[in-house]
Design a protein around this ligand. Structure first.
Ligand SMILES: C[S@@+](CC[C@H](N)C(=O)[O-])C[C@H]1O[C@@H](n2cnc3c(N)ncnc32)[C@H](O)[C@@H]1O
Length: 394
């Protein structure tokens, strides 16, 4: 009996609703992400530090998860309220239709972030929030969820955020971080995160209509992300989502959206070949395995080459993206600095007319490159802050 009511409730109140949502991204990428989301027909798209807010129906949450190359996860804002006393939190918690979002015996994990908030210690917030969620589920005649403190696969994240006297309760729709597209099992020493690779390409103006070179390709992320973007292949096609486990999940809708995305894959523009090279044969092997899994191995020319003797692969210029070995992660900072200077002089000597997108470990190394129309962005990556530089080789 309760299950029938839940179905009706989902149909009447969950699917027709326009929800406030929030796409999380690495700090520094907010404007690029807002630009990406703007092209998805969403309402109220607005960047704020750490991500981009928007309003959307539930089916659009699948779309953003499926298509965003820059978002780390997509959150559904369930409540936004003023906190006067602790009972405001528990009352709001119990008023949320958890029966639509938590499958029987779901494992839930909380993430509590507090800034100048008087809401109380995080442990109490977790304990009491969970107690009120269970109360609601029991009232509906449903099995209580299980609380987990572990980062285990399949857990459903609930985020509680308190800032001054306001609080929000959000639910993660994505599950594993969205940079985990599902194609990269093999990685080299310092793989680039897929969202950062996509950001470097976007920031450098890549449109998939001119040649692309990734001459220090490692496990191949930049070339693969370029091929996915150029072919209009949705980055989320190969992975699952947390919201697939919700009672409110609509499998036919999700299947339909994935089917549509599959149909929208274009062949690579023949004027826009992709070249991924590395000085190590091992890296080329890894990149090949990853490209095969991403189903873009036929679109990337992969071979062993030393950047310092390599010439541009096509007579007409395109975009060259470089993620060189850098400080802390590979060798010393001094070596990385010399390497960046050497890379800059090689570009100046033989890559004239090419647009460059390069990852630098220190912002002051931008000066080595002397690019025309140079722009840069500072973004955290792998425990350090890296600089993404783009511009034209004069
Ligand atoms: C930071 S890693 C690139 C990581 C890559 N973006 C990925 O996602 O896996 C740097 C790469 O530069 C390569 N490399 C270093 N010196 C090179 C050179 N002179 N020519 C070509 N590749 C080089 C290394 O073998 C390594 O694979």
């Amino acid at each position: 009996m309760p299950e029938i009511n839940i179905e009706r409730r989902i149909k009447r109140h969950i699917w027709p609703e326009t929800w406030d949502m929030f796409a999380v991204c690495a700090p520094g990428l907010e404007k690029l992400l807002a630009h990406e989301l703007d092209s998805m027909d969403l309402k109220n798209v607005g960047p704020v530090p750490g991500g981009v807010g928007f309003s959307a129906k539930l089916n659009q949450a699948y779309q953003v998860n499926l298509w965003s190359r820059l978002a780390g996860r997509v959150l559904l804002r369930l409540k936004d309220f003023r906190v006067r006393r602790f009972s405001d939190l528990t009352r709001q918690m119990e008023s949320i239709p958890w029966e639509a979002f938590l499958a029987p015996e779901a494992k839930v994990r909380f993430q509590v972030t507090l800034k100048e908030s008087t809401m109380g210690p995080p442990s109490l917030i977790v304990e009491e929030s969970f107690r009120y969620i269970c109360r609601r589920m029991r009232k509906m005649g449903l099995a209580e969820p299980e609380l987990t403190h572990k980062e285990e696969p399949g857990r459903q994240m609930i985020m509680v955020r308190g800032v001054d006297r306001r609080a929000t309760i959000s639910l993660d729709t994505s599950g594993e971080h969205l940079h985990k597209r599902g194609y990269r099992l093999a990685t080299g020493k310092a793989p680039m995160r897929e969202d950062l690779a996509a950001a470097l390409l976007m920031f450098s103006g890549y449109r998939g209509n001119a040649p692309l070179a990734d001459p220090m390709c490692g496990s191949g992320t930049l070339g693969i992300e370029a091929a996915l973007a150029a072919k209009n292949q949705a980055p989320g096609l190969m992975r699952g989502l947390a919201m697939e486990h919700w009672p409110a999940h609509r499998q036919p809708t999700w299947q339909h959206l994935k089917g549509e995305a599959q149909e929208q894959i274009n062949p690579l523009n023949e004027k826009a070949p992709i070249y991924s090279t590395d000085r190590l044969a091992g890296a080329i092997n890894l990149a090949r395995q990853n490209a095969e899994r991403a189903q873009v191995d036929q679109d990337i020319n992969l071979y062993k080459a030393n950047f310092f003797t390599l010439k541009p692969p096509t007579p007409e210029p395109g975009l060259v993206v470089i993620n060189p070995p850098y400080g802390k992660r590979l060798g010393s900072v001094r070596e990385a600095k010399d390497f960046a200077a050497k890379t800059a002089s090689r570009l100046a000597r033989v890559w004239s007319g090419w647009q460059v997108g390069v990852v630098l470990y220190r912002p002051e190394w931008v000066d080595f490159f002397k690019l025309k129309h140079a722009e840069y962005l500072v973004v955290p990556h792998g425990g350090v802050r890296v600089t993404l530089l783009t511009g034209l080789v004069p």
